[in-house]
Design a protein around this ligand. Structure first.
Ligand code: KG4
Ligand code: ZN
Length: 365
């Protein structure tokens, strides 16, 4: 198929309502004609986490406004499109249902083809939207809800090499910030504190490094930090500025080391496929962390592998990645219809053994 395709994408699987229009002509770089993201941070601020019922209502209220804005910004109407792609899972089910219902309504009203997209495939295919990464490439998804290594071999063909068996790293950053009385989201505030801290003062564990493979665990790290915090409070009656900075630096260094070492192992497995242009791509909010990004870059340099980190707006949840994944799936002949179901759990790699419980923040796979 050589035709230009223009797709509307919808995303509503966690706490961002998003709509975007992406156009692609084979042989050219894809164009993001519009990308609207309406966050819900303030709606959930009082609850210390995303409240599924509140999220679902907000998605239902905002989806059509986002669609209208995305079309307006792209200067298009529904009749200019070739298809509608929507996140059909995994995620918080109320939000996913709201997105799927909205997409079905638009498809039924316009007669356009409907394509259900796995949210994780949206993240995992982003390096092709931003950098035309050739298959197969290695992907590290690392956010508040996800943490896994995937080999992307095709739009519907992913092999999971490993992932977290408990918390996602972003979740660990957020919990650390909470324990230290720092503002949310925790990633940027912990990173800021860590800049002036001594990463060697506290001996935090590097979980699962002693075991082979690419699985990870981050919940013990938070417990270790809690223990040190409580000890300091008992000894000094509170946390001093340097204590906080050193705790953040030690915690961040532990996460950095685990991700770097597991990336080395994942690369070794990936290289057995003899890829022509070996590439490691990252996505997810944690990829914004400069210490972690720097360590991954070094790992790639040492292994002679290209390192790709899409711009942050495309690393975090957005609908351009869903529109793009829809285009990629459409070109392989995939089509959905009015029987498309919203799925709370939907592992990308159906062959991989189930994970123990990653992504408590946003029920992922
Ligand atoms: O991808 P994302 O926007 O949403 C999902 O979780 O799906 O990622 C958000 C997560 C939050 O946990 C946030 O604390 C973390 O990414 N994060 C960071 C940084 N910026 C955001 N973690 C570490 N360092 C950062 N600079
Ligand atoms: Zn996501």
């Amino acid at each position: 198929m050589t035709d230009t395709l223009t797709f509307l994408g919808l995303e509503s699987s966690c706490d961002d309502t998003a709509a975007a229009v992406v156009r692609h002509t084979p042989g050219d770089a894809p164009q993001i004609l519009s990308s609207i993201v309406a966050g819900q941070t303030e709606l959930h601020a009082d609850y210390g986490g995303v409240v599924p019922e509140i999220a679902a209502r907000a998605h239902a209220e905002k989806l059509d406004i986002c669609v209208e804005q995305a079309l307006l910004q792209a200067d298009l109407t529904l009749s200019d499109l070739d298809g509608i792609a929507v996140t059909a899972g995994p995620g918080l089910i109320g939000g996913v249902v709201a997105g799927v219902m909205c997409a079905k309504g638009l498809a039924a009203g316009s007669g356009l083809p409907l394509i259900g997209v796995n949210h994780l495939a949206g993240h995992a295919l982003t390096p092709r939207l931003t950098d035309q990464a050739p298959f197969p490439y290695l992907m590290l998804l690392v956010s508040g809800g996800h943490c896994q290594f995937l080999i992307a071999k095709g739009p519907d063909d992913f092999t999971r090499l490993g992932g977290t068996i408990d918390d996602a790293p972003g979740e660990a950053f957020d919990k650390t910030a909470k324990l230290l009385g720092l503002p949310q989201p925790g990633g940027p505030t912990v990173e800021e504190q860590a800049k002036t801290g001594d990463p060697t003062r506290f001996k935090f564990p590097r979980p699962l490094l002693d075991r082979p493979g690419c699985d990870m665990s981050f919940s013990g790290l938070k417990t270790a930090l809690l223990r040190e915090r409580d000890r300091l409070i008992t000894e000094h009656g509170g946390l001093r500025r340097t204590d906080r900075a050193d705790l953040c630096a030690g915690f961040q260094a532990a996460i950095r080391d685990v991700l770097a070492e597991k990336s080395r192992r994942a690369l070794t497995q990936y290289m057995t496929l003899s890829p022509q242009n070996p590439t490691l791509a990252v996505a997810g909010g944690v990829a914004a962390n400069m210490a972690i990004r720097g360590a991954l870059e070094t790992v790639c340099e040492e292994a002679n592998v290209t390192f790709l980190a899409p711009p942050l707006s495309l690393c975090t949840d957005n609908a351009a990645m869903i529109a793009w994944a829809g285009i990629e799936r459409f070109r392989t002949g995939a089509r959905d219809d009015m029987t498309l179901q919203a799925r709370p759990r939907w592992p990308l790699d159906q062959q991989a053994p189930a994970m123990l419980g990653s992504g408590k923040k946003g029920a992922k796979a």
